[in-house]
Ligand binder design. Structure first.
Ligand code: NI
Length: 133
């Protein structure tokens, strides 16, 4: 494939950030890092379309927080068609770890994940998605 060249102008902090990524992920050079970032971004962008993907939502919270579990259950029922299974682990006296396996259109999974992560009292929340092909 033909390689195109173009100049990139970056603010100093972005430039150092790029170099930090090059070092951290051991890219052979800045071009390789930019290639990787474009590729990563475009995969995520494709997911924005109505692609079917599968994944998991991970939530960490304190179950003593008032109303949190009720709200979470409500949201999960609103999106029940996307949820395959829910695993609840009691990490310690306070902390719960919930892993929700999901499948559906990427934009719907993101909406579900964002609604859950936004619940007051959720300490940490993350959505991992994978394309089926
Ligand atoms: Ni628990």
């Amino acid at each position: 494939m033909q390689v195109k060249r173009f100049g990139v102008s970056l603010e100093e902090d972005l430039y150092s950030e790029l170099d930090r990524l090059v070092l951290k992920y051991q890219f052979p050079n800045r071009s390789q890092a930019i290639r990787y970032l474009i590729k990563k971004y475009s995969v995520e962008d494709e997911w924005e379309e109505n692609q079917e993907v599968a994944g998991a939502i991970v939530l960490v919270y304190d179950h003593h927080k008032r109303g949190l579990q009720t709200k979470s259950t409500e949201v999960q029922h609103d999106f029940h068609h996307l949820i395959l299974s829910v695993q609840h682990i009691h990490l310690d006296h306070y902390t719960c770890l919930e892993t929700i396996a999901v499948k559906g259109e990427a934009r719907d999974l993101k909406m579900l994940a964002n609604s859950l992560i936004a619940i007051k009292g959720i300490k940490h929340g993350e959505l991992v998605m994978t394309a089926k092909e």
